[in-house]
Design a protein around this ligand. Structure first.
Ligand SMILES: Cc1ncc(COP(=O)(O)O)c(C=O)c1O
Length: 411
């Protein structure tokens, strides 16, 4: 097949060359230069349209430029955008009230990026361990899972098991114990009197949309309760509608002690993250013990509250459930068709798709899909992730499945 327009026209080529010259090479983006976006679709600088099947790693659950979110953002731009936490602003408390209610919790600590929220949960768990549980100072341990992805700070990469994310960034932060994901017995065996928390993704996104065995989360929940250990669930990618429920842990009837949220909480407009918990946990934070200049700013809070409003309707969870069934039925058929799809995992509108490594890498598949007007992202080896915005309709899911089938068989 000839080069895709984005690879040869001057507008795209110019952007790609400029990016290569001046943008740090910590990413390897597909050679598509997006200029505009709406709903589930983006348009590149040459006017070519693509169905966005990555949705900003779930940051765009409600699609690009959701009208209700833009309206709230525009109105807030005309009122106040940033106050710092030195003062109150009139948008923060209503946002926190609504988010806490959505999560069935009591208190919210707003931050910006997902990694900051995860860092916040680590600090929260350690402080709770020392002040409430009585762990000797400096001895707190947090259990995490192999294959985890919780962000990119030095502390978080300290407990990553992915050499790409971790190598070269030592010395590493101590206090983390890694156990295999999906193995509740191994997790139970790792708990000791200094364990303050278990930090898990209910479904591991970056690892390739890895769904743990049925009953795993419930077993971990029981182990945490028995040992007086906090269960901290990182729902940054899995939460806020993606799997067909507000939170992925609901599929197992599990309620954590601490939710870590991000991505879609900002409605695809700006970074908004939060840690959500009960007062008996959140109460350990005192003035000056933690914070962020931008966390809880009125613009972010207004948008976050509007996002919670969208989720309160249940419409997006239902869309993820129904369209997710369509997606997974289509993917399962592609596996049985035997054209090189070997395994599919996932829940709701979220799938990790393994391609026969003898056939091609995930990167090659992403490029083939791009050439067919579908944007998706590879992860480790021959896996691609599909996570379209929850606003896709049935014909768009059909389009994705058709293009995937075609891309398996033709360059
Ligand atoms: C489960 C999970 N936690 C944390 C993060 C980090 O979020 P951010 O990139 O906003 O720092 C991500 C990002 O992909 C994630 O998927």
């Amino acid at each position: 097949m000839n080069a895709h327009p984005a690879e040869r026209t001057s507008a795209s080529a110019e952007h790609l060359a400029l990016a290569d010259a001046v943008t740090a090479h910590n990413y390897h983006p597909l050679p598509v230069v997006i200029a505009e976006a709406e709903g589930a679709w983006v348009t590149d600088v040459d006017g070519r349209r693509y169905l966005d099947c990555l949705a900003g790693y779930s940051a765009l659950n409600f699609g690009h430029r959701h009208p209700a979110l833009l309206e709230v953002a525009r109105a807030q731009l005309d009122r106040a955008t940033l106050t710092s936490r030195a003062f109150h602003n009139d948008r923060l408390a209503p946002f926190c009230r609504d988010l806490a209610a959505l999560a069935g919790m009591e208190a919210v600590l707003p931050m910006n990026t997902g990694a900051e929220a995860v860092e916040t949960s680590v600090k929260l768990a350690r402080r709770w361990g020392y002040e409430v549980k009585g762990v000797p100072d400096g001895r707190a341990e947090i259990i995490v899972a192999a294959g985890n992805f919780h962000g990119r700070t030095t502390t978080i990469v300290s407990f990553s098991t992915d050499p790409e994310a971790r190598d070269g960034y030592g010395p590493y932060t101590p206090g983390f114990v890694v156990v295999p994901y999906g193995d509740a017995a191994a997790l139970r065996a790792a708990v000791n009197e200094n364990t303050v928390a278990v930090l898990l993704e209910p479904i591991q996104g970056e690892a390739g949309v890895v769904v743990p065995p049925d009953g795993y989360l419930a077993d971990v929940r029981a182990a945490c309760t028995e040992a007086n250990v906090l269960l901290v669930l990182d729902e940054i990618q899995s939460g806020l509608g993606r799997t067909g429920r507000t939170f992925a842990c609901e599929h197992e009837g599990v309620v954590p002690d601490v939710y870590v949220l991000g991505k879609a909480l900002g409605g695809g407009v700006l970074p908004v993250s939060a840690v959500v918990s009960r007062w008996d946990v959140m109460g350990v934070f005192t003035p000056g013990s933690h914070g962020s200049t931008f966390g809880g700013n009125p613009l972010a809070a207004a948008i976050g509250q509007a996002v919670v409003g969208l989720l309160e309707t249940g419409e997006y969870q239902e869309r993820a459930r129904v369209r997710g069934e369509q997606l997974h039925a289509g993917l399962a058929k592609l596996v049985t068709d035997g054209h090189g799809l070997v395994e599919v995992r996932g829940r709701g509108l979220w799938a990790g798709v393994d391609i026969d490594p003898a056939l091609m890498t995930g990167r090659e598949m992403s490029v083939r899909l791009m050439r067919r007007g579908v944007l998706a992202k590879d992860t480790h080896g021959s896996t691609i992730r599909l996570a379209p915005p929850l606003v896709v309709d049935d014909s768009e899911i059909d389009l994705l499945l058709e293009q995937l089938a075609d891309a398996l068989q033709h360059e």
